[in-house]
Structure formats: structure tokens, C-alpha cells
Design a protein around this ligand. Structure first.
Ligand code: SF4
Length: 352
């Protein structure tokens, strides 16, 4: 093992983070915990993930128990973690592992990548951490460390192949799982994006960017692409007793299978004023509400204009969906976007 590998592992043994999905001391790694945490950590921070992870393993301690849970229960428990496609894939993956792999995760990254919700990074992370495969997964943190260690000056994402090559050469044969986790911790706590703490870093003697005094400037990034802007109308339909209409969104597509107030299609053009009621769940006088909601998804921004209408109980019975009082909203798998829409709208509809 090279000196810098040893230095990092010593640093990790002394200063690595204590996380609930990691095996400590003589404990054996639990592949279910590793898989669950890696899926939850996709696009979400460690601090946010910890309580969700603990509640999932308490409620569904094995692949089989998770596979037998209902998707609605999983989506509800996932509420607040965002990127709900992950929760649907989590369920699919648990079913596949239970049915096709006798409840055991495959042990190589080549097999893991065939499972739902597992991309190249997650496959390598699980294979390294749970099964000690000799690979180094490259996420944003690890890409940053490698770009600095080798002073790679090609802006991202074009520089990614060079970083991947560096990663392949960099993973040690010994303790590759601990090494990968050590890199994750180093990126999160020492080799941070804006102000790397090089004085505390075990790689300091070999780091090219540190030697050149350009650590904080790397990795370089291509200018951000302009994200598409989409528009939609949200319909807050209130029954005479105060309940509002929620509908389940189609299983496929963004926020699929989640509950929400009905909306028009999410489109690239603003909805024309004479088309406001076109996709409404009911024909009534729709009143415009002032508050606009702007919400960012990974690949586009969404502007939501809300409209408010009312309906009598008898006619309400004829509509698809569920009628929910505001105090019952927490019982439903409601994404942040719809919570924001409902909260903002009710500040106008019922200001007191
Ligand atoms: S020496 Fe500095 S720039 Fe280099 S890896 Fe360590 S913290 Fe990052």
C-alpha cells in the first residue's frame, strides 16, 4: 500500500464520521444498510438522511420486509427526502432482491448496476463498502479531491473521464470500502469546496493543487447551462365543509404516485388566460391567487400559478380523488411542492 493510502486510512480510523449505516470496530457490514443509505444519500445530505435511515431500518429491517410494504407507506415515510423516483425504485429493488436473489444483494458492481435505482456511482459505492470490491466510486466530493490531488485543470463535466481514470488508478487493494468512505469523509470535512483545510489533510505532502496554491480554484467548471422554465396552474378546489381535493399523480413521471392538488400540464409556455380552466377538475368560477410558487427540479424550474374554486358536497362526490382537511395533510405522501402550494394559497383564502 502506498504511503498516501496508509495516511488516509489512519486519518479515517481516527477521524472518520460515525454514521449509523457504518460497521464499527468488529461489527460486520450490513449490505441492506449500505444499500439503503446509498440510495437515500443520492442528492441528499448526510444530516438529512440519518433520521430517515433510522426510521426505515426500524420499520423495515430487511429487504423482504421492505419488499412487502406498500408503495404508499414507503412514499409517505420518504416524504421530505425529495426525488421520489428513488423511493419507487427502492421498493422495486427490494422486491427484485427478495424474489430473484433470495434476499441477498449481488456482490459485484457489474451486477448491482442492473438493479433499479442503482447507477454507476451507487453500484461502486455499495460494492466497495459492503463487499470490498477494489473500486473507488466518484461523486462530487471525490471528484473534487482527485482533481486537486492531480491538479486536473479541464473544467467539469469535460474533465470527468480524466478524473475517472485517476480514480481507477487510485483505489487501493487493501480496505477499499474503508478507503472509499474515508474519501467521502475527507471531501465532506477537509477538502471542502471553497476553503479546503489543507493543513489538516493526510494528502498534503502529495497534493499537486496544494503545492501549486490553486486548491480552492479546483475543480474548474463549465459555465452553467440555462435551465428550462416550465409553467403550470394548480387548482385548489374547496368543498363547502373546507376539505380540498387531492389526486394521486400518474405512476410514471415526476412525483409519480404522490398526492397533490390537480394541476394543468407542466409546459414550457405560460398558460393563456382563456385556457385557465381547461385542465381544471371541475367547471366553476376559478379565482386567481396572488402567490406564485417557484420550485426547482433537477432539470428545470417550475412556476406555479394557483387558482381557487369551490364546490358543494353533492357535486364533490362525483369527482375522482380524495377530500382532505388541512389538518389531515400529513397523513398523505405530499411532496414539498404541493405543501408549498397549499400553504401559500390558504394564506390568501383564509388569511386568519
Ligand atoms: S491537500 Fe488540500 S486540496 Fe489537497 S486533497 Fe488535501 S485538502 Fe484537498
Amino acid at each position: 500500500m502506498k504511503e498516501y493510502h496508509k495516511a488516509l486510512l489512519i486519518w479515517y480510523d481516527n477521524q472518520g464520521r460515525n454514521l449509523p449505516w457504518r460497521a464499527k470496530g468488529e461489527q460486520t457490514v450490513n449490505p441492506y444498510h449500505v444499500w439503503l443509505s446509498e440510495i437515500m444519500l443520492q442528492q441528499t445530505t448526510v444530516v438529512t438522511v440519518i433520521p430517515y435511515f433510522l426510521s426505515f431500518i426500524q420499520r423495515w429491517p430487511t429487504f423482504q420486509q421492505l419488499a412487502e410494504a406498500s408503495l404508499d407507506d414507503i412514499l409517505h415515510a420518504w416524504q421530505g427526502l425529495g426525488y421520489y423516483a428513488r423511493a419507487r425504485n427502492l421498493h422495486l429493488c427490494a422486491k427484485k432482491i427478495t424474489n430473484d436473489y433470495k434476499g441477498k444483494l449481488p456482490t459485484s458492481s457489474d451486477e448491482l448496476i442492473k438493479l433499479p435505482g442503482i447507477g454507476p456511482y451507487t453500484a461502486r459505492a455499495i460494492a466497495a463498502i459492503a463487499f470490498n470490491e477494489h473500486v473507488l466510486p466518484v461523486d462530487g466530493n471525490i471528484a473534487r479531491i482527485l482533481s486537486r490531488l492531480y491538479a486536473i485543470s479541464i473544467p467539469l463535466p469535460d474533465g470527468m473521464p480524466e478524473i475517472q481514470n485517476a480514480a481507477s488508478a487510485f483505489a487501493p487493494q487493501t480496505r477499499p470500502g474503508d478507503f472509499a468512505q474515508a474519501m467521502m469523509d475527507l471531501g465532506a470535512t477537509v477538502c471542502t469546496p471553497r476553503a479546503p483545510l489543507c493543513e489538516k489533510c493526510p494528502f498534503k505532502p502529495t497534493c499537486k493543487a496544494h503545492a501549486l496554491g490553486i486548491a480552492a480554484e479546483l475543480p474548474l467548471k463549465n459555465k452553467k447551462l440555462v435551465r428550462p422554465q416550465k409553467y403550470t396552474i394548480a387548482y385548489i378546489l374547496k368543498r363547502e365543509d373546507g376539505a380540498i381535493l387531492l389526486r394521486k399523480r400518474p405512476e410514471k413521471g415526476l412525483l409519480g404516485g404522490m398526492m397533490g392538488v390537480p394541476t394543468s400540464e407542466w409546459q414550457l409556455e405560460k398558460v393563456e388566460s382563456n385556457n385557465i380552466g381547461k385542465d381544471a377538475p371541475f367547471t366553476t368560477h376559478w379565482k386567481s391567487l396572488e402567490g406564485r410558487i417557484n420550485h426547482s427540479f433537477t432539470h428545470f424550474d417550475l412556476e406555479v400559478e394557483s387558482y381557487y374554486g369551490s364546490i358543494c358536497s353533492k357535486k364533490a362526490e362525483t369527482l375522482d380523488g380524495v377530500w382532505v382537511f388541512l389538518h389531515q395533510l400529513s397523513h398523505y405522501a405530499l411532496p414539498k411542492l404541493f405543501k408549498k402550494i397549499i400553504e401559500t394559497s390558504f394564506k390568501e383564502i383564509e388569511p386568519h
